[in-house]
Design a protein around this ligand. Structure first.
Ligand code: NAD
Length: 255
């Protein structure tokens, strides 16, 4: 096991990628605090599967758009497990809309969850990392859309693009206490966030035509990358993005 004795927090850990990441971190030996926003049953199910497999899990309700909530999430994890080593900023929302129809509420909500939440969770984690003597890893689940424009999805792209610069900027600030920060940029992953595309054969075929490896990714594909980046195997990796996308970025770049 690569993460024995480590403590991890995973935001949005009740569904999709976050649930896969929480299970995989626990399988590698980490104690995992998983946050949920509104799906208590799903979060309890993830925690139950972790404990049934011999792991340690804590379920915390928190809205990552609220700074006080992310601070409480980190402090509850530390209260239960005694320390913090890994933060996975996974929680995210995506509300595609044409530029001209985006409302202030849509802008504020997506930026608050996708960018502000990650910032203040990272800040709370950093304070804990420093208080316990340094070391630690922050992994932001960003998107290929931190780099790849997507027509009709400008707010999401702005939020993920913001995460890209946040990671590159913070990497220098946090390195002095041996803290690393990295982004994972998933391509198309089979989760509830893109269920509409997955349920529509024509849209799914169009998506697959843009993926060199010709398959939709799974939460486990992302979880595998999280484990590596969180482990000492990646101790020289910071301030960058790892795209886990079946080659989607290469194809898009050649258009
Ligand atoms: N699935 C994909 O194809 C894909 C591709 C690129 C990036 N991503 C990113 O991966 C991350 C996970 O997405 P997913 O595909 O698992 O989607 P999902 O909709 O299945 O999961 C999103 C998670 O975020 C949580 N969440 C939403 N608002 C929240 C809030 N205010 N506070 C706390 N939690 C909140 C949800 O409860 C859920 O657990 C997101 O950041 C998303 O942008 C997903």
């Amino acid at each position: 096991m690569q993460l024995e004795g480590k403590v991890a927090v995973v935001t949005g850990g009740s569904l999709g990628i976050g649930a896969g990441v929480a299970r995989r971190l626990a399988a590698e030996g980490a104690a995992v605090a998983l946050d949920y926003y509104s799906h208590r049953d799903a979060a309890d199910g993830v925690a139950a599967s972790i404990t049934a497999a011999g792991g340690k899990a804590l379920v915390v309700q928190a809205d990552v758009a609220q700074v006080a909530d992310v601070q409480r999430l980190i402090s509850q994890a530390v209260s239960r497990f005694g320390r913090l080593d890994i933060l996975v900023n996974n929680a995210g929302v995506e509300q595609p809309a044409p530029f001209e129809s985006v409302t202030e509420q849509q802008w504020d909500h997506q930026i608050a969850v996708d960018l502000k939440g990650a910032f203040f969770a990272a800040q709370a984690a950093w304070r804990q990392f420093v208080a316990q003597g340094g070391g630690g890893v922050i992994i932001n689940i960003s998107s290929v859309h931190e780099e790849l424009p997507m027509v009709g999805n400008s707010v999401y792209c702005a939020a993920k693009g913001g995460l890209r610069m946040l990671t590159r900027t913070l990497a220098s600030e946090v390195a002095r206490h041996n803290v690393r920060i990295v982004n994972i940029g998933p391509g198309a992953i089979a989760t509830p966030i893109n269920q509409i595309t997955l349920d529509d054969p024509a849209r799914k075929a169009a998506l697959l035509s843009e993926i060199p490896l010709k398959r939709i990714g799974t939460p486990e594909d992302i979880a595998n990358a999280v484990v590596w980046l969180a482990s000492d195997q990646a101790s020289y990796v910071t301030g960058t993005s790892l795209f886990v996308d079946g080659g989607l970025m290469i194809y898009a770049g050649s258009l």
